[in-house]
Every structure is written in structure tokens, then in C-alpha cells.
Design a protein around this ligand. Structure first.
Ligand code: DGL
Length: 279
């Protein structure tokens, strides 16, 4: 059985493109529709009810595009809104927390796992719970989790300061407690952080495994498509559409470095705040 409908992906803005590019790598023949909610970004500092409302509106938009699956390519939205979306969507919903937690548990040798994310994600405790649950399922004992919010990383990534002195100093400060705790595995639980991974890796050292949740999520998407029998026929020229709630031109300028390849073009504007949702 094949299903040529697109995979819908959304994020608060451009960070989710680091997840999208991993999806493209994992399932290159799939059509995709990406929605970046740039006009209402960032999500990482907003309240639970706001993020749930935004996420439900984004879901409605993607459903209106007849997608076969929705990927919440934003850690903050995954942490707050996954349950709501899963219960209300007519198609499978994938979040970025569980796949990252699974890879972290399999990677650690000393059982000490670090998690870095936005304030919003950390405050939900969702990652910690997901890692604990996965560790239990895998029969692992003595897991210790150390969390650290790194709010300035999002601005540094968006500014394009991926490998500068300011970034290095900021990262040293944020990562110090995790180094002191002796973590051997670090989860980058925010879509923007993979762009800073060179600096993060240098500071944490070669012995620490750094996990990109986008990569883990893309693998999960691939497995789910084949489990459900909904992979596409494998288009040679897949359709890759982009929508933003802000200015398309601005989106394309800022998006390019996040995407790495296949610069977005023909981006259209759409505001999902027109959808009425009840929480
Ligand atoms: N996409 C968000 C996340 O992964 C980071 C940017 C934001 O705060 O909106 O948590």
C-alpha cells in the first residue's frame, strides 16, 4: 500500500527546519508541507494554554492540506501539546521528545544524561519523564537526569552566531553544571541547538554523545510510515511546500542556513489564528 499525501510539519518558526532536513534525508521521496508560525514565535517563553491553542490551530491548517501525518517539529509544542493533538487529529501525530529519549537511553554508559532546552520545555519536565519511562522499559537502573534551560541559544542560532566567542562563553556558562555532573550523553532538546552543535561538542568533549532529536524523530517517522504502510511511491521530485505566518521573503532569508540544502522557495503566507479552537 502506498500513500502519496504529504507529511505535515510545523514549528514555532524556523527551528523545525533542522527536523525537516533530517526527514528529507530519511525519507527523500516523501512530499512535505512545512508551516512556520514565525509571527507568533518564540513558543519557548509562552504559557501552556497559549502553546496548546497555537498547536491546535497549526494542526487544523495542516489537516486542511490533507496531510497523512503531522510532525510537531518543536520541542516546546511537543512537550505541552502532544496529548491534545494526538487525541484530536485524524492522522498520526509524531512529537520529538520520545525518539530523543530512546536514543539517549541507548547511548549512555554511565546512566548520567543531560538535557538542554528552552525554559518552557524544561519546566514541563516532559523530557525527564520520557527518559525515565524509556529507561524503565529498557530495564535500566540508576539513571540520573540533569536538566538545563539555555534560553539564549535560540537567539544566538537565529543571529547566525553558531561559532563565535559570545556563543562559546554563553555555552560554557550553561553547560558547566552538566560537565560537573559528569553526563556522558547530552540531548539537544530544542530545534535550534543543532546549529550550535560544533561549540556544544567542543565544550562537552569527545567522550560525551550529543543527541540531535531531529535525527531521532526522522528515523521514527520512517519506521512509522513503513509500519502503517503509508510510505509514498518514492517521488523523484517530491513536492516540498512552505508556509509562514510572517513575511515569506523574510522566512526564506532566515530559513536557508537552517535547512542546509534545498533553499525554500515559493513560500506562502498563512495565519492559523483564524481557526477557532477550544481547549
Ligand atoms: N522550536 C522551539 C523548541 O524546539 C525553539 C524556539 C521557540 O522557543 O519557539 O523548543
Amino acid at each position: 500500500m502506498t500513500d502519496n499525501r504529504p507529511i505535515g510539519v510545523f514549528d514555532s518558526g524556523i527551528g523545525g527546519l533542522t527536523v525537516l532536513r533530517e526527514i528529507w534525508k530519511a525519507v527523500p521521496g516523501e512530499n512535505t508541507i512545512y508551516f512556520g508560525d514565525n509571527s507568533r514565535s518564540p513558543y519557548g517563553t509562552k504559557s501552556r494554554s497559549t502553546i496548546i491553542r497555537y498547536s491546535l490551530q497549526n494542526m487544523k491548517f495542516l489537516e486542511s492540506k490533507n496531510v497523512k501525518m503531522i510532525v510537531i517539529a518543536c520541542n516546546t509544542a511537543s512537550a505541552y501539546a502532544f496529548e491534545e493533538l494526538k487525541n484530536r487529529a485524524g492522522v498520526p501525530v509524531v512529537e520529538v521528545v520520545t525518539p530523543g529519549a530512546d536514543v539517549a537511553c541507548r547511548a549512555t554508559k554511565n546512566g548520567r544524561i543531560g538535557i538542554i532546552a528552552t525554559k518552557g520545555t524544561i519546566s514541563t519536565g516532559v523530557y525527564k519523564k520520557a527518559v525515565e519511562k524509556r529507561a524503565e522499559e529498557l530495564g535500566m537502573k540508576d539513571i540520573e537526569i540533569f536538566q538545563q534551560a539555555c534560553p539564549l541559544f535560540v537567539s544566538l542560532a537565529e543571529e547566525g552566531w553558531w561559532d563565535t566567542e559570545v556563543t562559546r562563553l554563553t555555552a560554557e556558562e550553561y553547560l558547566k553544571p552538566l560537565k560537573e555532573a559528569g553526563v556522558d550523553t547530552l540531548v539537544m532538546a530544542c530545534t535550534h541547538y543543532p546549529l550550535l552543535s560544533k561549540v556544544i561538542k567542543e565544550i562537552m568533549g569527545d567522550d560525551v554523545v550529543i543527541i540531535n532529536t531531529g535525527e531521532a524523530t526522522a528515523k521514527f517517522v520512517k519506521d512509522l510510515l513503513s509500519r502503517e504502510g503509508t510510505s509514498s511511491e518514492g517521488n523523484i521530485n517530491p513536492v516540498r511546500e512552505f508556509y509562514t505566518s510572517d513575511e515569506p521573503e523574510l522566512f526564506e532569508q532566515v530559513a536557508a542556513p537552517f535547512l542546509g540544502e534545498g533553499l525554500p522557495s515559493g513560500t506562502k503566507h498563512f495565519s492559523t489564528d483564524r481557526y477557532e479552537v477550544t481547549i
